[in-house]
Design a protein. Structure first.
Length: 276
């Protein structure tokens, strides 16, 4: 028996260590399940973020149009000759990328409904515009030869002009997307009561629209065409109550598909008593 005691002690120690390992594993499993649950909750909460894939597809489609569409028409007017080339407008022109991307991200994280409406305004504008580019291949002959070497002129010449062609201009996607995100933010629950932000966003939007013509990226016709396209899209997406329209139509449908207006239970009881 004396010789068996050390072996029994070792067995007991082994069992204790084994139970401790099992407990650690169980705790780790619970932690993994908790983390997995958080990931699932986040995926459900931000399930609308997949719409960014459509935005990427529309951007890729525009790149293909830039590469393969050969312009057959030139779009410009006499007013463009009165507008000077002002390279400092490259600042709001390039900040546009951060504004559009950041604005959509904020809306996506803050409110699902606000994001979907703003994205619908932006995506439909891009889709219709790119169809116009395909059906009506065109460009603009307004770009000057830049000889100055100041920082703003170099940015325009070596960055914008070098990477963006003077084709596919009307309507201006720069103006369309800026207006879509500006409207989406100003109409959102996050910013609708923040007057300072709405004013600052409006000023920036005006600067972006102006930069497209002062950098000779677009004709004034392109800006007007973008405004003409954005207004009906805004009315259709933000002013028309599509849900209520379909519900009212369903109420008028005959047969089993008609929707009867909800009657409170108390009123139903009163009607029954009166009939009796």
């Amino acid at each position: 028996m004396k010789h068996q005691l050390p072996s029994l002690q070792k067995a007991a120690d082994f069992c204790i260590l084994w139970e401790m390992d099992l407990w650690k594993y169980a705790k780790g499993g619970n932690a993994m399940r908790i983390e997995r649950g958080k990931v699932v909750d986040l995926a459900k909460r931000y399930s609308h973020a997949w719409l960014f894939l459509i935005f990427a597809m529309l951007g890729q489609q525009f790149s293909l149009l830039e590469q393969y569409v050969v312009p057959k028409y030139w779009v410009y007017c006499w007013v463009d000759g009165l507008i000077p080339f002002v390279p400092i407008f490259v600042i709001p022109y390039t900040l546009w990328f951060a504004y559009v991307g950041g604005g959509l991200t904020v809306l996506c994280l803050h409110d699902r409904q606000d994001f979907i409406r703003a994205f619908a305004l932006l995506a439909w504008g891009m889709f219709i515009t790119e169809v116009i580019y395909l059906v009506f291949p065109h460009g603009q002959p307004l770009r000057p030869i830049i000889t100055e070497n100041d920082i703003f002129s170099r940015l325009v010449r070596d960055t914008i002009y070098a990477n963006d062609t003077n084709t596919n201009c009307c309507p201006s996607l720069h103006v369309l997307n800026q207006l879509a995100v500006h409207i989406g933010l100003c109409k959102s629950r996050l910013c609708r009561d923040r007057k300072w932000f709405k004013r600052a966003s409006l000023v920036f939007t005006i600067l972006v629209c102006a930069s497209t013509v002062f950098l000779k990226q677009h004709s004034i016709i392109d800006v007007m065409a973008a405004l003409a396209l954005e207004i009906p899209l805004y009315l259709l997406i933000y002013k028309v109550d599509w849900k209520g329209l379909f519900l009212r139509r369903a109420e008028r449908l005959p047969g089993e598909y008609s929707v009867e207006p909800a009657v409170p239970q108390k009123e139903k009881v009163r009607e029954t008593v009166t009939m009796e």
